[in-house]
Design a protein around this ligand. Structure first.
Ligand code: NAP
Length: 237
């Protein structure tokens, strides 16, 4: 069995996920680049490897049971275990997102990717994580999933949204339940801050590398489970 720490990052072909893979690779970890598109995945793996990271591609669509099962089988065959899982893949669902105008199909699609996708991947990887001496799961959430911040009078946390923001609130709630059920696995939520990526047409003000920092800290340093963090510390639910 490999001595190195084995990690899998979902949605690692671009944006924050790619930078999380970069950061974990720089630690000397073996990093699985989970991505659904073969061309984008292999381009990311090649770029990471050229930069010195021990990266490998993992075909992975978080909305597909067969794809997720195959991803777990691939990691099982190559390494026999998984130490760190970063559930990063997500979609916004586009516009409109106001509750009065949103297409219910959009809500279902966003929840399937951002919440059920995390459950699907986590449960498939769980037997492999249980073989780790130090298993950790990092779920990429967003401060827009904080009901406390959504209810703040200054209304500063994101646009009105019936799909993306509530999907992150749902993810937070599910993560708390995992933390209760799995006391031997550290599982936490991170918010990258408003980061310039495809997700927001590059309107974010942080770089993807800055956005990746909280996930890397949760994968490595921060002790405890069932918490919701940004760079500055805990985020209120
Ligand atoms: N950017 C921000 O300001 C911000 C703020 C708060 C939280 N976040 C969170 O941070 C995480 C990363 O976001 P980002 O800004 O880096 O977004 P991004 O650039 O749009 O990247 C999203 C990644 O998820 C992948 N993905 C989407 N659906 C997938 C599926 N069904 N199966 C597998 N992969 C899938 C995408 O793959 P494709 O290339 O194939 O589409 C892409 O690799 C997300 O969880 C997001 O909610 C971002």
């Amino acid at each position: 069995m490999s001595e190195s720490t084995i990690a899998l990052v979902t949605g690692a072909n671009k944006g924050i996920g790619y930078e999380i893979a970069t950061g974990l690779g720089a630690l000397g970890w073996v990093v699985g680049v989970g991505a659904r598109d073969a061309e984008r995945r292999e381009a990311a793996v090649a770029k990471l490897r050229a930069a010195g990271a021990d990266a490998f591609g993992v075909p992975l669509d978080v909305t597909g049971d067969a794809s997720v099962t195959a991803a777990a089988a691939l990691i099982e065959e190559r390494f026999g275990r998984l130490d760190v899982l970063v559930n990063n893949a997500a979609i916004t669902g586009g516009v409109p997102q106001e509750p009065t105008r949103v297409d219910p199909a959009t809500v279902l699609r966003v929840v399937d990717t951002n919440v059920v996708g995390v459950i699907r991947v986590t449960n498939a990887m769980l037997p492999l994580l249980r073989r780790s001496a130090r298993p950790r799961i990092v779920n990429m959430s967003s401060s827009v999933g904080s009901l406390t911040r959504q209810s703040a009078v200054d209304g500063s946390t994101g646009p009105i949204s019936a799909a993306y923001s509530p999907s992150k609130t749902f993810l937070n709630a599910v993560t708390v339940q995992y933390a209760k059920e799995l006391p031997d696995i550290q599982i936490n939520l991170g918010c990258p801050g408003f980061t310039a990526t495809d997700l927001n047409n590059f309107r974010g003000v942080r770089t993807p590398s800055q956005g990746a920092a909280i996930a890397i800290r949760l994968a490595t340093d921060i002790e405890g489970t069932g918490g919701f963090y940004e760079d500055a510390g805990r985020i209120p639910w």
